[in-house]
Design a protein around this ligand. Structure first.
Ligand code: GNR
Ligand code: NI
Length: 171
C-alpha cells in the first residue's frame, strides 16, 4: 500500500475528464487500496481517481467516523436525483476552504464494485453529496466551480501564493 499525492487547485490535471474503467483487475484493486489509504490518512470522506492523477472513472468514499463503511464506485452513473440539500463542502484538492454548495439530497447510482459486479445503490444526505462531489471530479469539475467567479479567483490566488511560499521554504 502507498499514500498517493493529491493534486491541488488550480492544477490543470484536475480538469481532465476521466475515461471508463475497462477491466476490474488486481492492478485496479491495488489502486483502490492506495486511494483508501490516501483518503483515510488525509483525512477525507471521499476521493476520486482524478485527484491522484489517474484519469479513470473510479471513486472511493466512507462517511463513517471509524472506517466502517467503505464504498468503491467504478464507472458510476447517477440514475435518479431528488430533492435539494445545501452542505458546507470542502475538498482535499482545495485545502483549507469550505463553502456551501447545493446538490440533490437523494440519488440512485449504478456502478461496478471492486469485484466487477454491477450494483445499484440509493444514497441520501452526506453520502449522496459526497458521491456527487466525486463524480464531478471525474468530469473535471470542482466544488469551487459552483461559487462566484470572485470567490473562486480569491481561493485560486491564495492557494497559488501558499504554494509559492512552500516552495521557497523547501530550498
Ligand atoms: O473530505 C471531504 N469532505 C467533504 C465534505 C463535504 C462535501 C464533500 C466532501 S468530499 C471531501 C474529500 C474530497 O475532496 N473528495 O473529492
Ligand atoms: Ni474533492
Amino acid at each position: 500500500m502507498a499514500k498517493l499525492k493529491i493534486l491541488e487547485f488550480p492544477d490543470p490535471r484536475l480538469r481532465t475528464k476521466a475515461t471508463p474503467v475497462t477491466e476490474v483487475d488486481d492492478q485496479l484493486r491495488n489502486l483502490i487500496a492506495d486511494m483508501f489509504e490516501t483518503m483515510y490518512d488525509a483525512p477525507g470522506i471521499g476521493l476520486a481517481a482524478t485527484q491522484v492523477d489517474v484519469h479513470k472513472r473510479l471513486l472511493v468514499a466512507d462517511i463513517s467516523a471509524d472506517k466502517a463503511d467503505p464504498h468503491v464506485l467504478i464507472n458510476p452513473e447517477i440514475l435518479e436525483k431528488d430533492g435539494v440539500t445545501v452542505t458546507e463542502e470542502g475538498c482535499l484538492s482545495v485545502p483549507g476552504y469550505f463553502e456551501e454548495v447545493e446538490r440533490a439530497e437523494h440519488i440512485k447510482v449504478r456502478f461496478l464494485n471492486a469485484q466487477g459486479d454491477e450494483i445499484e445503490m440509493e444514497a441520501t444526505g452526506l453520502l449522496a453529496v459526497c458521491i456527487q462531489h466525486e463524480i464531478d471530479h471525474l468530469d473535471g469539475k470542482l466544488f469551487v466551480d459552483y461559487l462566484s467567479e470572485a470567490k473562486r479567483t480569491r481561493i485560486r490566488k491564495k492557494l497559488v501564493k501558499e504554494k509559492r511560499q512552500q516552495a521557497a521554504v523547501v530550498i
